[in-house]
Design a protein around this ligand. Structure first.
Ligand SMILES: *[C@@H]1O[C@H](CO)[C@@H](O)[C@H](O)[C@H]1NC(C)=O
Ligand SMILES: *[C@@H]1O[C@H](CO)[C@@H](O)[C@H](O)[C@H]1NC(C)=O
Ligand SMILES: *[C@@H]1O[C@H](CO)[C@@H](O)[C@H](O)[C@H]1NC(C)=O
Ligand SMILES: *[C@@H]1O[C@H](CO)[C@@H](O)[C@H](O)[C@H]1NC(C)=O
Ligand SMILES: *[C@@H]1O[C@H](CO)[C@@H](O)[C@H](O)[C@H]1NC(C)=O
Length: 378
C-alpha cells in the first residue's frame, strides 16, 4: 500500500487487527457503551439537580415575596371591637380580612408551647427539627391560610383576637406585618362577655373578679408585645374613639397602614353580604351589620357589682394605665361625630329593618356544638 503514509499505515494495521480480534473488538464496544451511558446519566442527574434547585429557588422567591407582602393583623381582647375594625378595613378596596380563621392563633400557640418547654425544644433540636425549619413551616401555614382566605386582596389581613399575643414572633417571620391592637374599657368588655354569654378560656360567666384579672393579664401581654414590635408596626386603637370619632380615627389607621383614604370605610354596613362576609358562628356579626354606632358604648353602666368597683384598680391596673377613668360610674369617652349621631337616628327610625337584619345574622351554631365546647374563641 504505497499510497498510505507510515502513520496511516500503522493506524490501518491497528484497525485490521481490531477487526480480526473479536475479543479486543468486544472490549472497545463495551467500553464505548459504558462511556455513553455514564455521560448520559451524569447529564441527566445534573439536569434533575438543577430542576430541584429551580423549584427550591422558586419557593424561596415565593416565600420571600410573601415576607414582603403587607399583612395586617387585627387583635385585642374579645368583645373589644375587633370585628368592627375588620369590617371597616374590609370595606377598603385593597384589603380583605374576612372571618376569624381560628387556626392561625392556635398554630402560633402550639409553636409557643414547644418553645416554652425546654425538654420538648431540646428533643426537637436533637431530632433535626431546627428552629428555622419550624419558622418557615409556620410562616408557610399562616401565609397559605391568609392567601386562600383572602383571595385577590392586595393587602392580606387576619383578624383573630389572640394573634396579638404573638405579635413579636409574627413580626420576626413576616417583616411587613402591621398590627392593630383594639383596646376597650374592661367594664364594657366584661359586661358584654357575661350578658352575651361568650365562652372564652379563662373567663367565668358568673365571676366578675376573675374576669377583670383575666382581662388585665391578656391586655398586659398584648400591650407588651405591641411595644416590642414598635410604634411603626403596632397601633393602639381605642374602641371608644373608633365609634365616637370614626373619621379621625380611621384616617389615622389608614395612614399608619399606608393605605389611601376611601369614603367607603365610613359605611361598611353597605357592603355587608357583598364584599364583607360575616360568619353566623361569630358573636359580633349581628352588631357589625349596623352602621358605626354608640349602642354598645355605655351598656355596662350600672351593672358592675359595688365590691368590684372599689377594687377595680387592683384587679385590673391596666385600665387606669390605658387612660380610663376608673373612679367615675359614668365615664365620658368623648364627643360623638355628626355622622355617628345621624347613624343613631337611622337605627332608631328604622328599628324594625335593623332588628330583622340583626336576626338574620344572629349567632347560631351547628347542631353538634361539641366542636365548640372546649376551644371556644381562643
Ligand atoms: C433561600 O433563601 C435563604 C435566605 O435568603 C438562603 O440562605 C438559601 O440559600 C436560599 N435557598 C435556595 C435554594 O436558594
Ligand atoms: C365560676 O365562678 C363561680 C362563682 O365564683 C364558681 O362557683 C364556679 O365554679 C366557676 N366556674 C368555673 C368553671 O370555674
Ligand atoms: C406606601 O405605599 C406606596 C404605594 O401605595 C409605596 O410606594 C410606599 O413605598 C409605601 N410606603 C411604605 C413606608 O411602605
Ligand atoms: C338542628 O336541630 C333542629 C331540631 O332540633 C332542626 O330543626 C334543625 O334543622 C337542625 N339544623 C341542622 C343544621 O341540622
Ligand atoms: C371536651 O373536654 C372534655 C373534658 O375536659 C372531654 O371529655 C371531651 O371529650 C372534650 N370534647 C371535645 C370535643 O374535645
Amino acid at each position: 500500500m504505497p499510497w498510505l503514509s507510515i502513520r496511516r499505515r500503522l493506524l490501518f494495521n491497528m484497525c485490521q487487527r481490531i477487526i480480526r480480534n473479536p475479543f479486543l473488538c468486544f472490549n472497545i464496544l463495551f467500553l464505548t457503551i459504558i462511556i455513553v451511558i455514564l455521560t448520559f446519566r451524569t447529564s441527566n442527574i445534573q439536569q434533575k439537580c438543577s430542576l430541584d434547585q429551580n423549584i427550591a429557588q422558586q419557593q424561596n422567591i415565593t416565600y420571600k415575596s410573601s415576607l414582603n407582602k403587607p399583612v395586617i393583623f387585627i387583635g385585642g381582647m374579645p368583645r373589644s371591637g375587633t370585628t368592627l375594625m375588620r369590617a371597616i378595613l374590609d370595606s377598603h378596596p385593597l384589603v380583605r380580612c374576612g372571618e376569624e380563621t381560628r387556626v392561625i392563633p392556635r398554630v402560633l400557640n402550639m409553636r409557643a408551647a414547644w418553645k416554652k418547654s425546654t425538654l420538648e425544644w431540646n428533643r426537637l433540636m436533637a431530632g433535626g427539627i431546627s428552629e428555622s425549619m419550624i419558622d418557615s413551616a409556620i410562616r408557610a401555614f399562616v401565609y397559605e391560610i391568609l392567601l386562600q382566605h383572602n383571595q385577590y386582596a392586595d393587602v392580606l389581613c387576619d383578624k383573630d383576637p389572640f394573634v396579638l399575643k404573638y405579635a413579636s414572633y409574627i413580626s420576626s417571620i413576616f417583616s411587613n406585618a402591621k398590627f392593630l391592637l383594639l383596646i376597650r374599657d374592661a367594664r364594657a368588655v366584661i359586661h358584654s362577655v357575661v350578658t352575651r354569654k361568650v365562652t372564652i378560656t379563662g373567663f367565668n360567666l358568673s365571676d366578675y373578679r376573675q374576669n377583670f384579672k383575666v382581662w388585665n393579664k391578656g391586655m398586659e401581654t398584648m400591650i407588651d408585645q405591641c411595644t416590642l414590635v414598635g410604634k411603626d408596626k403596632c397601633l393602639h386603637v381605642y374602641y371608644e374613639q373608633l365609634v365616637l370619632q370614626p373619621k379621625k380615627t380611621i384616617e389615622n389607621i389608614l395612614k399608619f397602614l399606608n393605605l389611601t383614604w376611601v369614603d367607603s370605610v365610613l359605611h361598611h354596613e353597605e357592603l355587608v353580604g357583598k364584599k364583607i362576609s360575616l360568619s353566623k358562628t361569630e358573636h359580633s356579626s349581628d352588631q357589625v351589620i349596623k352602621p358605626i354606632n354608640l349602642e354598645a358604648l355605655t351598656k355596662w353602666i350600672g351593672h358592675i357589682p359595688d365590691d368590684i368597683k372599689n377594687e377595680i384598680d387592683t384587679l385590673a391596673p391596666m385600665l387606669k394605665r390605658l387612660g380610663y377613668d376608673t373612679q367615675s360610674d359614668v365615664p365620658t369617652y368623648g364627643v360623638a361625630d355628626q355622622l355617628v349621631l345621624s347613624n343613631m337616628n337611622n337605627l332608631k327610625e328604622n328599628a324594625e329593618f335593623w332588628d330583622a337584619k340583626a336576626k338574620a345574622y344572629a349567632r347560631h351554631l351547628p347542631n353538634d356544638t361539641s366542636l365548640f365546647q372546649n376551644h371556644t374563641n381562643n
